[in-house]
Design a protein around this ligand. Sequence first.
Ligand code: SF4
Ligand code: SF4
Ligand code: SF4
Length: 320
Amino acid sequence: MAKLKLALYWAGACGGCDVAVLDINEKILDVAALADIVFWPIALDFKYHHVEAMPDKSIDVCLFNGAVRSSEQEYIAKLLRAKSKTMVSFGSCACFGGIPALANFTSRAEIMQRAYIEAPSNDNPGKTLPQTRTKVAEGELELPELYESVFTLAQVVDAEYFVPGCPPTADLILKVVDALATNKLPPPGAVIAADKTLCDECPRKKDEKSISKIVRSHQIIPEPERCLLEQGMICCGPATRGGCGALCIKVNMPCRGCFGPTAGVVDQGAKLVSSIASIYQANNEDEVARMVGEMVDPAGTFYRFGAANSILRKRRFQGH
Ligand code: SF4
Ligand code: SF4
Ligand code: SF4
Protein backbone atom coordinates (compact mmCIF):
# COMPACT_ATOMS: atom_id res chain seq x y z
CA MET A 1 0.00 0.00 0.00
CA ALA A 2 1.33 3.46 -0.90
CA LYS A 3 2.21 5.58 2.10
CA LEU A 4 -0.25 8.27 3.10
CA LYS A 5 0.77 11.88 2.94
CA LEU A 6 0.16 13.47 6.33
CA ALA A 7 0.25 17.12 7.39
CA LEU A 8 0.06 18.52 10.92
CA TYR A 9 -0.45 22.17 11.71
CA TRP A 10 -0.91 24.34 14.78
CA ALA A 11 -2.88 27.55 14.59
CA GLY A 12 -4.03 29.35 17.78
CA ALA A 13 -2.62 26.61 19.97
CA CYS A 14 -0.36 25.97 22.95
CA GLY A 15 1.67 23.20 21.32
CA GLY A 16 0.17 20.52 23.58
CA CYS A 17 -1.68 18.85 20.72
CA ASP A 18 1.57 18.48 18.76
CA VAL A 19 3.29 17.06 21.82
CA ALA A 20 0.35 14.67 22.30
CA VAL A 21 1.13 13.14 18.90
CA LEU A 22 4.61 12.31 20.23
CA ASP A 23 3.04 10.94 23.44
CA ILE A 24 2.02 7.81 21.57
CA ASN A 25 5.64 6.79 22.22
CA GLU A 26 6.96 3.91 20.11
CA LYS A 27 3.70 3.87 18.13
CA ILE A 28 5.03 6.96 16.37
CA LEU A 29 7.05 4.39 14.37
CA ASP A 30 3.74 2.96 13.13
CA VAL A 31 2.81 6.46 11.99
CA ALA A 32 6.16 6.74 10.21
CA ALA A 33 5.55 3.37 8.51
CA LEU A 34 2.05 4.42 7.50
CA ALA A 35 2.61 7.97 6.37
CA ASP A 36 5.13 10.44 5.01
CA ILE A 37 4.88 13.69 6.90
CA VAL A 38 4.79 16.45 4.31
CA PHE A 39 4.23 19.41 6.65
CA TRP A 40 4.66 19.77 10.44
CA PRO A 41 6.02 23.17 11.43
CA ILE A 42 6.72 22.30 15.08
CA ALA A 43 8.94 19.36 14.13
CA LEU A 44 10.21 19.74 10.57
CA ASP A 45 11.53 22.64 8.52
CA PHE A 46 8.82 22.99 5.90
CA LYS A 47 7.84 26.44 4.68
CA TYR A 48 4.44 27.68 3.56
CA HIS A 49 5.65 27.93 -0.03
CA HIS A 50 6.28 24.17 0.01
CA VAL A 51 2.57 23.64 0.74
CA GLU A 52 1.51 26.29 -1.78
CA ALA A 53 3.44 24.35 -4.48
CA MET A 54 1.64 21.05 -3.73
CA PRO A 55 -1.18 20.00 -6.08
CA ASP A 56 -4.70 20.33 -4.67
CA LYS A 57 -5.86 17.26 -2.67
CA SER A 58 -2.35 15.80 -2.69
CA ILE A 59 -2.25 15.56 1.13
CA ASP A 60 -4.28 12.57 2.32
CA VAL A 61 -4.89 13.70 5.89
CA CYS A 62 -4.28 16.96 7.72
CA LEU A 63 -4.44 17.02 11.52
CA PHE A 64 -5.17 20.68 12.24
CA ASN A 65 -4.90 21.78 15.86
CA GLY A 66 -5.55 25.18 17.38
CA ALA A 67 -8.25 27.79 16.97
CA VAL A 68 -8.29 30.37 14.18
CA ARG A 69 -7.89 34.00 15.21
CA SER A 70 -5.49 35.64 12.78
CA SER A 71 -5.28 36.26 9.05
CA GLU A 72 -2.28 33.92 8.86
CA GLN A 73 -4.16 31.08 10.57
CA GLU A 74 -7.16 31.59 8.31
CA TYR A 75 -4.94 31.59 5.23
CA ILE A 76 -3.20 28.34 6.25
CA ALA A 77 -6.50 26.69 7.21
CA LYS A 78 -7.85 27.46 3.72
CA LEU A 79 -4.58 26.45 2.05
CA LEU A 80 -4.42 23.11 3.87
CA ARG A 81 -8.12 22.52 3.16
CA ALA A 82 -7.48 22.96 -0.55
CA LYS A 83 -4.45 20.65 -0.47
CA SER A 84 -5.98 17.92 1.75
CA LYS A 85 -8.46 15.18 1.00
CA THR A 86 -9.36 14.81 4.68
CA MET A 87 -9.23 17.56 7.26
CA VAL A 88 -9.27 16.55 10.91
CA SER A 89 -10.16 19.11 13.54
CA PHE A 90 -7.67 17.94 16.14
CA GLY A 91 -8.01 18.93 19.78
CA SER A 92 -10.44 21.15 21.68
CA CYS A 93 -9.11 24.46 20.33
CA ALA A 94 -9.74 23.42 16.72
CA CYS A 95 -13.05 21.71 17.58
CA PHE A 96 -14.62 24.25 19.95
CA GLY A 97 -12.27 27.24 20.23
CA GLY A 98 -10.70 25.87 23.41
CA ILE A 99 -8.86 28.00 25.93
CA PRO A 100 -7.93 30.65 23.28
CA ALA A 101 -11.65 31.31 22.73
CA LEU A 102 -11.99 32.59 26.30
CA ALA A 103 -10.68 35.75 24.60
CA ASN A 104 -14.13 36.03 23.02
CA PHE A 105 -15.27 37.36 26.40
CA THR A 106 -13.13 40.42 25.86
CA SER A 107 -12.21 42.60 22.88
CA ARG A 108 -9.12 42.79 20.72
CA ALA A 109 -8.55 46.36 21.95
CA GLU A 110 -8.59 45.21 25.60
CA ILE A 111 -6.18 42.37 24.81
CA MET A 112 -3.78 44.75 23.06
CA GLN A 113 -4.02 47.26 25.91
CA ARG A 114 -3.24 44.62 28.51
CA ALA A 115 -0.52 42.78 26.59
CA TYR A 116 1.43 45.72 25.19
CA ILE A 117 0.70 48.61 27.54
CA GLU A 118 -0.45 47.55 31.01
CA ALA A 119 1.44 44.29 31.63
CA PRO A 120 4.12 44.95 34.29
CA SER A 121 6.89 43.47 32.16
CA ASN A 122 6.37 46.03 29.35
CA ASP A 123 8.76 48.88 28.60
CA ASN A 124 6.66 50.77 26.06
CA PRO A 125 6.65 54.50 26.88
CA GLY A 126 5.33 55.38 23.41
CA LYS A 127 2.38 52.97 23.92
CA THR A 128 3.14 51.40 20.56
CA LEU A 129 0.81 48.62 19.43
CA PRO A 130 1.66 45.99 16.79
CA GLN A 131 0.71 47.10 13.28
CA THR A 132 0.00 44.83 10.33
CA ARG A 133 2.43 46.90 8.21
CA THR A 134 5.44 48.86 9.42
CA LYS A 135 7.94 50.73 7.24
CA VAL A 136 11.57 50.35 8.28
CA ALA A 137 14.78 51.36 6.49
CA GLU A 138 15.07 47.90 4.95
CA GLY A 139 11.51 47.85 3.57
CA GLU A 140 8.06 47.00 4.90
CA LEU A 141 7.46 44.53 7.71
CA GLU A 142 4.22 42.61 7.77
CA LEU A 143 2.39 40.96 10.68
CA PRO A 144 -0.81 38.91 10.49
CA GLU A 145 -3.99 40.68 11.52
CA LEU A 146 -5.37 39.60 14.89
CA TYR A 147 -9.12 39.12 14.48
CA GLU A 148 -11.74 40.46 16.87
CA SER A 149 -12.98 36.90 17.53
CA VAL A 150 -11.59 33.40 17.88
CA PHE A 151 -13.09 30.81 15.52
CA THR A 152 -13.20 27.03 15.43
CA LEU A 153 -11.66 25.36 12.39
CA ALA A 154 -15.07 24.31 11.07
CA GLN A 155 -16.26 27.93 11.22
CA VAL A 156 -13.57 28.73 8.64
CA VAL A 157 -13.34 25.61 6.44
CA ASP A 158 -15.09 22.25 6.23
CA ALA A 159 -13.60 19.50 8.39
CA GLU A 160 -14.41 15.80 7.96
CA TYR A 161 -13.55 14.60 11.47
CA PHE A 162 -13.36 15.94 14.99
CA VAL A 163 -10.96 14.59 17.61
CA PRO A 164 -11.67 16.36 20.93
CA GLY A 165 -9.49 16.70 24.00
CA CYS A 166 -7.07 19.17 25.48
CA PRO A 167 -5.06 17.49 24.17
CA PRO A 168 -6.55 14.34 22.59
CA THR A 169 -5.44 11.28 24.54
CA ALA A 170 -2.90 8.81 23.16
CA ASP A 171 -5.67 6.19 22.91
CA LEU A 172 -7.76 8.44 20.68
CA ILE A 173 -4.79 9.33 18.50
CA LEU A 174 -4.03 5.63 18.08
CA LYS A 175 -7.67 5.06 17.16
CA VAL A 176 -7.29 7.64 14.38
CA VAL A 177 -3.99 6.11 13.21
CA ASP A 178 -5.55 2.65 13.24
CA ALA A 179 -8.60 3.85 11.27
CA LEU A 180 -6.28 5.43 8.70
CA ALA A 181 -4.10 2.31 8.47
CA THR A 182 -7.07 0.00 7.93
CA ASN A 183 -9.02 2.51 5.84
CA LYS A 184 -11.89 2.25 8.30
CA LEU A 185 -12.61 5.87 9.04
CA PRO A 186 -16.17 6.56 10.22
CA PRO A 187 -18.56 8.55 8.01
CA PRO A 188 -17.53 12.20 7.56
CA GLY A 189 -18.77 14.50 10.30
CA ALA A 190 -17.97 11.97 13.02
CA VAL A 191 -16.51 12.92 16.38
CA ILE A 192 -13.86 10.35 17.20
CA ALA A 193 -14.63 9.81 20.91
CA ALA A 194 -17.45 8.20 22.92
CA ASP A 195 -21.09 8.90 22.11
CA LYS A 196 -22.16 9.08 25.75
CA THR A 197 -21.43 11.60 28.47
CA LEU A 198 -18.45 11.41 30.76
CA CYS A 199 -20.84 10.59 33.64
CA ASP A 200 -21.68 7.37 31.77
CA GLU A 201 -18.08 6.18 31.95
CA CYS A 202 -17.29 7.66 35.37
CA PRO A 203 -16.79 5.05 38.09
CA ARG A 204 -18.04 7.32 40.91
CA LYS A 205 -21.25 6.64 42.82
CA LYS A 206 -24.16 9.02 42.37
CA ASP A 207 -26.69 9.22 45.18
CA GLU A 208 -28.98 11.70 43.40
CA LYS A 209 -28.41 14.07 46.30
CA SER A 210 -28.90 17.80 45.96
CA ILE A 211 -26.23 20.31 46.91
CA SER A 212 -26.50 23.50 48.89
CA LYS A 213 -22.91 24.74 48.67
CA ILE A 214 -20.38 25.06 45.86
CA VAL A 215 -16.75 24.39 46.66
CA ARG A 216 -13.55 24.78 44.65
CA SER A 217 -10.85 22.14 44.24
CA HIS A 218 -8.52 23.60 46.85
CA GLN A 219 -11.24 23.85 49.52
CA ILE A 220 -11.94 20.15 50.12
CA ILE A 221 -10.31 16.77 49.75
CA PRO A 222 -13.15 14.96 48.02
CA GLU A 223 -14.22 11.46 48.96
CA PRO A 224 -12.64 9.20 46.33
CA GLU A 225 -15.72 7.21 45.37
CA ARG A 226 -18.57 9.73 45.45
CA CYS A 227 -19.63 11.90 42.55
CA LEU A 228 -17.70 15.17 42.72
CA LEU A 229 -20.69 17.23 41.65
CA GLU A 230 -22.65 15.84 44.58
CA GLN A 231 -19.77 16.90 46.84
CA GLY A 232 -20.28 20.50 45.67
CA MET A 233 -17.54 20.71 43.03
CA ILE A 234 -18.43 21.96 39.56
CA CYS A 235 -17.84 18.85 37.48
CA CYS A 236 -18.66 19.19 33.79
CA GLY A 237 -19.25 15.44 33.35
CA PRO A 238 -23.02 15.65 32.71
CA ALA A 239 -22.47 18.00 29.77
CA THR A 240 -19.24 16.55 28.39
CA ARG A 241 -18.60 13.82 25.84
CA GLY A 242 -16.88 10.74 27.22
CA GLY A 243 -13.86 9.04 25.71
CA CYS A 244 -10.97 10.25 27.84
CA GLY A 245 -11.33 7.41 30.34
CA ALA A 246 -12.37 9.89 33.08
CA LEU A 247 -8.77 11.04 33.38
CA CYS A 248 -9.31 13.98 35.74
CA ILE A 249 -11.93 12.20 37.84
CA LYS A 250 -9.50 9.36 38.53
CA VAL A 251 -7.10 11.82 40.17
CA ASN A 252 -9.88 13.37 42.26
CA MET A 253 -10.30 16.45 40.08
CA PRO A 254 -13.57 17.51 38.50
CA CYS A 255 -13.97 17.39 34.74
CA ARG A 256 -13.37 20.74 33.04
CA GLY A 257 -15.27 19.78 29.90
CA CYS A 258 -12.41 19.49 27.40
CA PHE A 259 -14.11 16.80 25.27
CA GLY A 260 -16.90 19.21 24.40
CA PRO A 261 -20.61 18.49 24.17
CA THR A 262 -22.25 15.20 23.28
CA ALA A 263 -24.10 14.83 19.98
CA GLY A 264 -27.34 16.76 19.94
CA VAL A 265 -26.23 19.27 22.58
CA VAL A 266 -26.08 22.66 20.94
CA ASP A 267 -24.44 24.53 23.80
CA GLN A 268 -22.26 22.72 26.34
CA GLY A 269 -22.31 25.63 28.81
CA ALA A 270 -26.11 25.92 28.80
CA LYS A 271 -26.42 22.16 29.26
CA LEU A 272 -24.06 22.31 32.21
CA VAL A 273 -25.95 25.21 33.81
CA SER A 274 -29.14 23.20 33.49
CA SER A 275 -27.52 20.04 34.97
CA ILE A 276 -26.17 21.93 37.94
CA ALA A 277 -29.37 23.90 38.50
CA SER A 278 -31.28 20.61 38.66
CA ILE A 279 -29.36 19.49 41.78
CA TYR A 280 -29.09 22.89 43.47
CA GLN A 281 -31.10 23.13 46.63
CA ALA A 282 -31.97 26.73 47.36
CA ASN A 283 -35.08 27.66 49.30
CA ASN A 284 -35.23 31.36 48.63
CA GLU A 285 -33.66 34.10 46.54
CA ASP A 286 -30.98 34.85 49.13
CA GLU A 287 -29.75 31.26 49.00
CA VAL A 288 -29.73 31.33 45.21
CA ALA A 289 -27.70 34.57 45.30
CA ARG A 290 -25.26 33.04 47.81
CA MET A 291 -24.68 29.97 45.66
CA VAL A 292 -24.25 31.99 42.49
CA GLY A 293 -21.72 34.10 44.41
CA GLU A 294 -19.81 30.93 45.34
CA MET A 295 -19.29 30.22 41.67
CA VAL A 296 -16.08 31.97 40.65
CA ASP A 297 -15.83 32.90 36.96
CA PRO A 298 -19.05 31.32 35.63
CA ALA A 299 -18.26 32.15 31.97
CA GLY A 300 -14.82 30.59 32.26
CA THR A 301 -16.27 27.58 34.08
CA PHE A 302 -19.16 26.82 31.76
CA TYR A 303 -17.42 27.83 28.52
CA ARG A 304 -13.81 26.98 29.35
CA PHE A 305 -13.34 25.11 26.08
CA GLY A 306 -16.43 25.89 24.06
CA ALA A 307 -16.95 29.66 23.84
CA ALA A 308 -16.35 29.90 20.07
CA ASN A 309 -18.69 27.00 19.44
CA SER A 310 -21.43 28.19 21.80
CA ILE A 311 -24.59 30.12 21.12
CA LEU A 312 -22.95 33.09 22.87
CA ARG A 313 -19.78 32.87 20.74
CA LYS A 314 -18.69 36.37 21.63
CA ARG A 315 -19.37 39.00 24.26
CA ARG A 316 -21.23 41.91 22.73
CA PHE A 317 -19.80 45.34 23.40
CA GLN A 318 -21.73 48.57 23.34
CA GLY A 319 -21.74 49.95 19.84
CA HIS A 320 -21.00 46.55 18.19
S1 SF4 B 1 -6.51 21.64 22.68
FE1 SF4 B 1 -5.36 22.01 24.57
S2 SF4 B 1 -3.39 21.00 24.19
FE2 SF4 B 1 -4.38 21.30 22.19
S3 SF4 B 1 -3.58 23.28 21.47
FE3 SF4 B 1 -5.54 23.66 22.51
S4 SF4 B 1 -4.90 24.22 24.62
FE4 SF4 B 1 -3.16 23.18 23.67
S1 SF4 C 1 -20.59 14.64 37.65
FE1 SF4 C 1 -18.41 14.20 37.47
S2 SF4 C 1 -17.90 12.96 39.26
FE2 SF4 C 1 -20.13 12.95 39.04
S3 SF4 C 1 -20.58 11.09 37.84
FE3 SF4 C 1 -20.40 12.80 36.40
S4 SF4 C 1 -18.25 12.78 35.75
FE4 SF4 C 1 -18.40 11.54 37.61
S1 SF4 D 1 -12.15 14.40 32.65
FE1 SF4 D 1 -13.03 16.10 31.46
S2 SF4 D 1 -11.43 17.68 31.47
FE2 SF4 D 1 -10.47 15.77 32.11
S3 SF4 D 1 -9.63 14.89 30.22
FE3 SF4 D 1 -11.69 14.03 30.50
S4 SF4 D 1 -13.08 15.38 29.35
FE4 SF4 D 1 -11.15 16.48 29.62
